[in-house]
Ligand binder design. Sequence first.
Ligand code: GLA
Length: 731
Amino acid sequence: MGIHFDAAERVFCLDTPRSSYRIGLTDAEGFVTHLYYGSRVPDSNLRQTLWYGFERPTVYGETGDQVRFTGSIPSEYPTAGVGDFGTPCLAVETADGGRACALRYAGHRIYGGKPKLNGLPATFGSESDCTTLEIDCVDAVLQLEVTLCYTAFENLDAITRSARITNRADAPARLTSALSACLDMPNRDFDLMTLYGFWSNERMPCRRPIAWGRQGVASERGISSHEENPFLAVMEHSATQTQGQVYAMSFVYSGNFLAEAALTQKEQLRLVMGIHPNGFCWTLEKDEAFQTPEAVLVFSDTGLAGMTHTFHDLYREHLIRGAYRDKARPSLVNNWEATYFDFDTEKLLSIARTAAKSGIEMFVLDDGWFGERNDDTNSLGDWFVNEKKLPGGLKYLSDEIHKLGMQFGIWMEPEMVSPDSELYRAHPDYALQNPGRVPTLSRHQLVLDLSRQDVRDCIYAQIHAVLSSARIDYVKWDMNRPLANVWSAQLPADRQGELYHRYMLGVYELQERMLTDFPHLLLENCCSGGGRFDPGMLYYSPQIWTSDNTEAVDRLRIQEGTALVYPLSSMGAHVAACPSHTNRRVTPFATRGLVSLCGCFGYELDLTKLTESELNEIPGQLENYHTYGDIFRTGDYYRIASFAENGEYDVMMAVSKDQKTAAIVYVQVLSREKHPSPVIYPQGLDKTVRYRDSLTGTVLSGAGWMYGGMALPQMQGDYLGKLIILQATEA
Ligand code: GLA
C-alpha cells in the first residue's frame, strides 16, 4: 500500500486498502496526467483509456512535432491559457497581462506521514497512518513552481490533495484561480450527489443524473453556507447505500468554494474543488507561496455507506483534535429557546438547578449576556458582561453552576460587530464595508475585518479576558450572517481579491489561539444553525450546531443529510420545546430524545416548564446517551430507511467497532393503521455472532438479522419512536 514511483513507466502509484490512484508523466513534456482512480488494481501503466492508446501521451509540444492542446489528456492540475478548455485549477495573470501557464514535472518526494498546512485546517496522520507524495512542477516561462501534494491513508480509502504555488520570478504573479484538486475520468452512467439547503433545512441530499456541461455547488457568501455544502459525489446510477462505486470530494475549508462536475462532449468528466475563483485574486511577490486548502477524495465500491464510513473514520481520527476528540461530550442544556434574551441570574439558575437534579452535565448561556444586549440590535463586539442582568458577572454564575456539579459554557459571536456598540463607535473601520456605500446589514450587524491583525488582536484580547474571568468549559462560537461589502481599509486596491481568504485565515487563527490558550475548552461552532458545517470547522471544534431547526421530524432529514459526510459525534442535537419554535409541530418528548440521541445530546428548552412526566423521562434519556452514546460517537453508521425518501418512517443504525452492540433508532413519523410492520434489514453485524434484540428478546445470528430482517414494532400514532438494541450474546 502507500505510494511508490514506477520509474520505468513513469507512473506514481497511490494505493489504499480498496482503491488505487495513478498519475503518469508524459514523455516529452513531463505533463502530470491523471491515469486512473477507482477499485484497487495491481497495475501501474493504466494508459489504455487515454486518447493516444498505449503510447505515452504526447501533447502540446513546444518542440513542434506534435502540437496539441493540454486539454487532450486528463490532467492532475489543469492550467488556464494553453488549450485546456475545462475549468482550470490554476489561472495566473502575469505583470505583462499574459494568462498562459503550463506545468511540467520537475521532481518529486515520497515520505511517511503528512505535513501541516500552514494556517489552514487539514487532516493529519503519522508515518504509520499515511504516505505523502509531493510532485514539483514548473512553468519555466513564468518561473512559477507548483507542488502537488497527495497523501494516501494506510487504513482508509481516502486520498487528500492540495497545492502550493510559489512565484520565483522578479515580477509579481497574480493567481486568479487556485483550486485544490481535479479529477478527470471517463464518464460512466453517473449520478451527482450534493447537499443543498437553507436556514433551518440544511444539507438535504440531492441526487440527479449528470448532464452535459458544468454543474455543481458553490458558495460565494464567505461561509461554506446553509445553501450548499463543500461536498460532491459522483456514483454509478445503480449505486445504493450498500453497493456500487462512489467517488466523493470534500473540502476542508469554511469559506467560498467551488465543487463542480463537468461533462464534456467527449464523455470526459471533470470534477474540481477549491476556493471559488469569483472574487478571488492573490498576488505573489518573488519567493512568496500560496497554499490551497485541502480536498479529500474518497472512493467506495460498497455504495454510499462505504463512503460515509471512510469520511466518518477519517474526520474522527485524522481531523478532529483536542481534549474531546475521543471523549464523550457532556449532555447540556442551552437557554436560547428557553429564554431568548429575557433572563436574569435567578432564571438561569432555576433552569440549571432543574438540570442538575435531572443529571444534565453542562449549562450553556447563549446570546444576551454582554454589552447592552437585550435583543439582536446591538452590542456585538462588546464582550464584557452585562452586570445589570448578571450581577457578579460570569464568575458568579459559573461558580453557582459548578457548585451544582455542572460545567458551564457561553455563547459568543466574535466575528461580528453591531453598529450600535462601543467597538464600532471607536473603530468603524474594523468592519468590512465599502467606502461611501451604505453597508449591508443582516441581523443588524456587520462583519469584522478579520484579515487585519489589529482587529484580531482586539477581539482576541476580549475573548481571552472573558475566558479568564470565570471557569468556562465550553464556547459556542456563532457567526450569524454572510459576508457582503467585502472591502478592507488595510488592503491595497489590487489585493482586495485576497480578502475572503484572508478573512478565513483570520477566523482559523483566532480559533487556534483560543484553543492553544484554553486547551480544556470544548468548542462548538455554529453559523445561524448549520451555515458552516464543514470539515474546516471540525479541525477546531469537535462538534457543530447542526441547525436552528430543533424540531424532531425536520431534524430526521437534516441529520440524515449531515451524517452522509460528517460523524454523528459532530452533530449538536437538542431536545427542544413543543410546539416547536421552528414549525409549531408537537411531538412526544420521548421521540425528541431519540432523535437527539443520534448526535451530541442536549436540551434547548425551559426545563422548569416541563411536566412532571417529561421531567421524569430525562434521566432515562441521559442513561441511553451514556450507555449507547459511544456507539453513535465511535461506531459505524448505517442508513436503513429514510423518512425523506419513503415519507413514513426513519431508521438509522450504529454498530460498535467491535460489532458487539448495535443501536437502531426507529421513528414512525406517520402511522398506517393495520398495515403490516415494515421489515428492515440491519447492517454491519458480525454474521457469526448471535445478537439479542432488546425489544422482543429474540436471539439470532448476525446473518439471521441482516438477511432475514427485522419487523419494526407496531405503534399506534404519529411521531413515535423506539430504540432497539442488538446485543451480542453467548446464548
Ligand atoms: C444563532 C444560533 C442560535 C442562537 C442564536 C443567538 O441563530 O444558531 O442557536 O445561538 O444565534 O442569537
